[in-house]
Design a protein around this ligand. Structure first.
Ligand SMILES: Nc1nc2c(c(=O)[nH]1)N[C@H]1C(S)=C(S)[C@@H](COP(=O)(O)O)O[C@H]1N2
Ligand SMILES: [Mo]
Length: 270
């Protein structure tokens, strides 16, 4: 039991550390879902820790009742162990605190790096990384599908519709958030253009050909909210290709991962 629980404890801790670090650098050399696996292995870790503590309880009890004595022989002393723990914890703090402490940004190698993107907004995944090769306004068009019919909007047609401007953040689940001014067509207007009720569910898909997050769903309350835009412009200029040109979704109170870029199709379900 003891050996087994230690093996499990060490294996699961190493797995979490290595896969988590690799995930921070957005490198996925494996075939499984990072999130689901990381979550499941966290439970394995907690379970093996509980077993380990239970197995060691008699030793802990004995140490407390008999007083703490330094064990003889080779190995780390109690002081040495504590010192090592402090140093390790200090290194972890320095390696990550730059996320919140600007002074430490350069040395915090594990902190979230949003980088500097075009138009003063970081880029999470570039058009090249997403395999978007066909974002040309002369051939691109947006399909809005509702009740068996498809209405096609060219980029010019979208530009001629009444435009709205909203200040909304991109809030990435990886730990950065940047507010920006977005200009475009309220999704609610597109719904009424195809005769769909305001409280419809909208399935958004994009030109993306590689990787996750190429589509998302706008629940009815998001689709009906007039601040939810199909954005064409960002911070006063044409949307950059890496920010989702020809158009992208921007909605309030929505994780960045669902602010779908390079939108090509809206499927509306009443
Ligand atoms: N099609 C598509 N849209 C996407 C993504 C993506 O990978 N593909 N990434 C999302 C994520 S995780 C974030 S945080 C935002 C970032 O938008 P930005 O790159 O314009 O800052 O876009 C979202 N939209
Ligand atoms: Mo994100």
């Amino acid at each position: 039991m003891e050996r087994g629980s230690i093996a499990l404890l060490v294996a699961s801790a190493l797995f979490q550390l290595v896969s988590g670090t690799v995930n921070i650098s957005q490198w996925y050399p494996w075939g499984f879902s990072f999130r689901a696996t990381h979550y499941a292995v966290a439970w394995v870790f907690i379970g093996s820790l509980a077993i380990h503590i239970a197995v060691k309880l008699p030793v802990v009890r004995e140490a407390y009742l008999g007083g703490l004595t330094e064990p003889d022989g080779p190995g780390l002393s109690r002081r040495g162990l504590l010192r090592t723990t402090w140093v390790a914890a200090g290194l972890v703090v320095v390696a990550t605190a730059g996320q919140s402490v600007p002074l430490l940004r350069k040395v915090s190698v594990f902190a979230v790096r949003s980088g500097d993107g075009p138009q003063d907004v970081p880029v999470n995944r570039s058009a090249t990384a997403a395999g978007v090769e066909y974002a040309d306004a002369s051939t691109w068009a947006l399909d809005v599908v509702y009740d068996g019919a498809t209405r096609r909007f060219t980029r010019d047609e979208l530009e001629r519709l009444p435009q709205a401007t909203e200040t909304l953040p991109i809030a990435c689940v990886e730990g950065w958030s940047v507010s920006a001014s977005w200009e475009g067509v309220p999704v609610a207007d597109l719904l009424s253009a195809v005769g769909a009720p305001a409280s419809s569910r909208v399935y958004v898909s994009s030109l993306q050909t590689r990787g996750a997050f190429g589509s998302s769903e706008l629940p009815p309350q998001f689709a009906a909210d007039r601040r939810t835009l199909l954005a064409l412009r960002l911070n006063g200029a044409e949307l950059d290709l890496d920010h989702g040109y020809p158009c992208r979704i921007i909605a309030p109170n929505r994780p960045g991962v669902m602010q779908t870029k390079w939108v090509s199709r809206l499927e509306v379900y009443a």
